[in-house]
Unconditional design. Structure first.
Length: 113
């Protein structure tokens, strides 16, 4: 799913990702260079399901990297690889992960202005 983000006046430079969203919900607009993506939480978690969850986006990145690496390696070795399929899943539950965020030192601190 791709989506244009009208609030960005220009594309971020290569290697830079800009994520924006309304603080009242979970839906986020992601600009990665000239590409636009959406992220959200499922409706059952309080989101509007307009895009993959952060966990799904992370798995997507890992799967894409794995598939690209396998394809590259096969090409370099001249192996007759015709397709790659990477299937990933997770067992993390966001609500459970964040239960003790205010009391745990293992949580990530994000600074914002």
């Amino acid at each position: 799913m791709t989506q244009r983000v009208s609030s960005l006046s220009s594309d971020p430079p290569p290697g830079t990702v800009v994520v924006t969203g309304d603080a009242g919900g979970f839906a986020q607009h992601i600009a990665a260079g000239r590409h636009r993506l959406a992220a959200d939480e499922p409706a059952k978690a309080g989101g509007t399901d307009t895009g993959p969850s952060p966990y799904e986006l992370l798995l997507s990145a890992l799967g894409a990297c794995t598939s690209m690496t396998l394809s590259l390696y096969a090409r370099r070795k001249a192996w007759p690889l015709t397709a790659v399929r990477v299937k990933l899943w997770h067992s993390r539950i966001h609500a459970a992960d964040c239960e003790s965020c205010e009391t745990s030192s293992s949580c990530v601190v994000v600074e914002y202005g």
